[in-house]
Write a protein that binds this ligand. Structure first.
Ligand SMILES: Nc1ncnc2c1ncn2[C@@H]1O[C@H](COP(=O)(O)OP(=O)(O)OP(=O)(O)O)[C@@H](O)[C@H]1O
Ligand SMILES: Nc1ncnc2c1ncn2[C@@H]1O[C@H](COP(=O)(O)OP(=O)(O)OP(=O)(O)O)[C@@H](O)[C@H]1O
Ligand SMILES: [Mg+2]
Ligand SMILES: [Mg+2]
Lengths: 246, 246
């Protein structure tokens, strides 16, 4: 099982939008796909019309009283399952810190289900806490949406600095431009210059498009309800580029 | 000392932009103002050109080995001080959970400095963890930026639901529309209908404007470098409306 996580310390950059669209595309292409909504906010669960579970979880999972596969739900889409958001995960850090290997709890929880899926995508809240450390241990790749603004780019430098001090050799960083607006000079400027500094930035960028905001009304990925739209075509290109990195 | 916190479980909605502009305006009007950058990302510290402190903090503060006033820095602006971001605060939840009153640690840390300032503004990361509970205990008002989209509005319902189960009688909720774009039908629709449902939504809204994204380049609040711009005028109106609620 390949594990991909959408991640950025910065909020509102397109993590959930990317996770839901790529999960849909992977399942469409035949990967047995699981999407884990690790954000207590539960936006990914909302997009797949699955009610987040309330207050069952994180302590029971940490104390080995329950297993992750009990939480898995099927979505409306063939080959795509979801572990819905669980509000008790807002205290994941505290629950994990009481265990013997606090940073490896996600890895432990995933082991029993790893043979059932080809791909796991993790969506999480913007943070750099013990929860993030768990994600860094478990994931093979981090998909990092960057809005081409000074503030959002700054968090990429912070992340690189974090990994300089706490190396994670196994982890591939895949930054890409998200929600870009060609009318903004700042966006054009950063998109022109940053790829010279960081070779790892993906070729595919996702434009800022009204259709994406409709995902909240349609409660579905944009690649499902508007497959010929500009953002949907961009997400298909992004998926093709990410798949090559497997 | 009045305590105001910008807050939303959703990321990227304008929490930091609002905190930095209102802190500047409050100091300009003569309030002895302190801005606390409680987000390990340190965006507010970046806007005031103050280097975040690295790894000194959160454990020393919780074990009463150091006091908050040792961390206070002056900004370039008269009457405005800042407690810079501290990367160790990414483990605030774990550090606070080891104390006798985990949810009241912020309140405890602030007591010794509360006579030195008229207003404290807290900016924090999007979360709903023990850190947020600390903010809810300490603050008088929560200033809640809402982008007029389905997803962002949904987090306001979640917050109301959270307070229904864990009442905080002393806390005033002040939601307002942030980063609105009149060209988007979804934005216009939500701005027309939501105020009928929630009377507490402030009259002032902040438009989505390129000038604001320049704060990252100027490293200053937009009300300082572009005082006659549309977003600056909107932030002055917002400040006037919030001040009336004191
Ligand atoms: N390409 C896009 N074009 C237009 N709007 C977008 C695009 N991508 C995301 N959005 C909108 O921007 C907002 C933030 O996106 P999203 O929720 O995916 O970000 P996030 O990084 O997951 O946020 P959070 O930090 O709250 O988890 C959402 O309202 C979403 O609809
Ligand atoms: N009124 C506005 N017009 C245009 N851009 C804006 C506006 N307000 C905020 N922004 C931009 O949107 C991005 C998010 O804003 P900001 O960082 O203030 O949000 P936040 O809620 O603090 O994010 P986080 O969840 O990461 O802490 C920033 O790049 C900022 O420049
Ligand atoms: Mg998200
Ligand atoms: Mg912020």
């Amino acid at each position: 099982m390949k594990i991909l996580a959408t991640y950025n310390i910065k909020g509102g950059v397109g993590k959930t939008t990317t996770a839901t669209n790529l999960a849909y595309l992977a399942a469409w292409e035949g990967y047995r796909t699981l999407l884990w909504d690790l954000d207590p906010q539960g936006a990914a669960s909302f997009y797949f019309r699955i009610k987040p579970k309330l207050e069952t979880g994180v302590r029971g999972l940490m104390r080995k009283k329950s297993a992750l596969d009990e939480a898995v739900k099927a979505t409306d889409f063939e080959g795509l399952d979801l572990i819905p958001a669980d509000f008790s995960f807002r205290n994941f850090d505290i629950a994990a810190s009481d265990t013997k290997q606090p940073a490896k709890q996600l890895l432990r929880l995933l082991r029993p289900i790893s043979s059932e899926y080809d791909l796991l995508i993790i969506d999480s809240a913007p943070s750099i806490s013990l929860t993030s450390e768990n994600i860094f241990y478990a994931a093979d790749m981090l998909l990092i949406p960057l809005i081409p603004t000074t503030l959002s780019v700054r968090t990429y430098y912070q992340l690189l600095d974090y990994f300089r001090k706490r190396p994670a050799q196994h982890l591939k960083l895949l930054p890409f431009f998200s929600m870009y607006d060609r009318r903004r000079a700042l966006h054009r400027e950063i998109m022109r210059t940053l790829p010279n500094e960081f070779r790892e930035i993906l070729n595919t960028s996702i434009p800022n498009a009204k259709k994406v905001e409709r995902m909240g009304l349609e409660r579905a990925p944009v690649v499902h309800f508007a497959p010929q739209s500009k953002p949907a075509r961009a997400y298909r290109k992004l998926w093709a580029e990410v798949e090559k990195k497997f």
